[in-house]
Design a binder for this molecule. Structure first.
Ligand code: PEP
Length: 261
């Protein structure tokens, strides 16, 4: 049975402004009720202070979209894990495919970033996933295993402190979603790899991300190895994000057996 609390994380990407952020947060907070899952918002770095202030004392945790692999020093433009912690950040995305693709982040850099986050007491949400070309070439398993292996190799002793997001690149922002069976199959591969690395692997949350929306969230979140979602586009619309949270709540209720005779 999957008895972990689900984690739903929003990735705002490079969207928003002061007024729009405030309106979105008010709408989310007004509709959220008693969230049965953990919730995080990965917001652009300049808005961390604003979102920290507007979410203080609420169920919404603060997340960053990236973190430097360096601790401090002459790295112009970078944001360190300690700086994120100063703003109450609890989670940070690491190795999002847009960082890998547009900023040349290698598996090793991603592993270093996860290490920096962990050292500062942040939970890295490590993103892995294959491109369409790799899937069509039958390389999905090899690619995600390679990406995860680098993170395990560098962080083996505390690997159970990370969260992992399986985000097939072909599903991000495209409207194409992995089917529940496709996503579960990859999550099972990742879980097995984590189990081989850590006796605590069962507590690691594996999120699915890739065009998750109000209509497709429930069956994905009901899969045994899917412990939550990483939500891009749909997290910018309060009703859609709230519907995904409600789907996670429903999946948690089903997993706990509440309501069964
Ligand atoms: C993402 O950016 O992590 C993501 C999953 O985006 P979208 O939901 O828009 O596909």
């Amino acid at each position: 049975m999957n008895d972990k609390k689900k984690l739903i994380a929003a990735n705002w990407k490079m969207n928003g402004d002061l007024a729009a952020n405030e309106a979105l947060l008010h709408a989310i907070l007004a509709g959220i009720g008693d969230a049965a899952c953990d919730l995080a918002l990965a917001v652009p770095a300049p808005y961390l202070a604003q979102v920290q202030a507007l979410t203080a004392g609420t169920v919404l945790a603060l997340a960053a979209q990236d973190v430097s692999q360096h601790e401090a020093g002459a790295y112009t433009g970078e944001v360190s894990a300690a700086m994120l912690r100063d703003f109450g950040v609890r989670y940070t995305l690491v190795g999002h495919s847009e960082r890998r693709q547009y900023h040349g982040e290698t598996d090793q850099v991603v592993a270093q970033k996860a290490q920096r986050a962990l050292a500062a007491g942040l939970t890295p949400i490590v993103c892995v996933g294959e491109t369409l070309q790799e899937r069509e070439a039958g390389q999905t398993e090899a690619v995600v295993r390679r990406q995860l292996a680098a993170v395990i190799q560098r962080n083996g002793h505390c690997i159970s402190e990370v969260a992992l997001a399986y985000e097939p690149v072909w599903a991000i922002g495209t409207g194409h979603t992995a089917s529940p069976a496709q996503a579960q199959a990859v999550h099972a591969v990742l879980r097995a790899q984590l189990r081989a690395a850590s006796a605590q692997a069962g507590r690691i949350r594996l999120l699915y991300g890739g065009s998750l929306n109000a209509a497709n969230a429930a069956p994905l979140l009901a899969q045994p190895d899917i412990d939550g979602g990483l939500v891009g586009g749909a997290s910018l619309k309060a009703p859609d994000f709230l519907a995904i949270i409600a789907a996670a709540h429903g999946a948690a209720v089903i997993a706990s057996g509440v309501g069964k005779e």
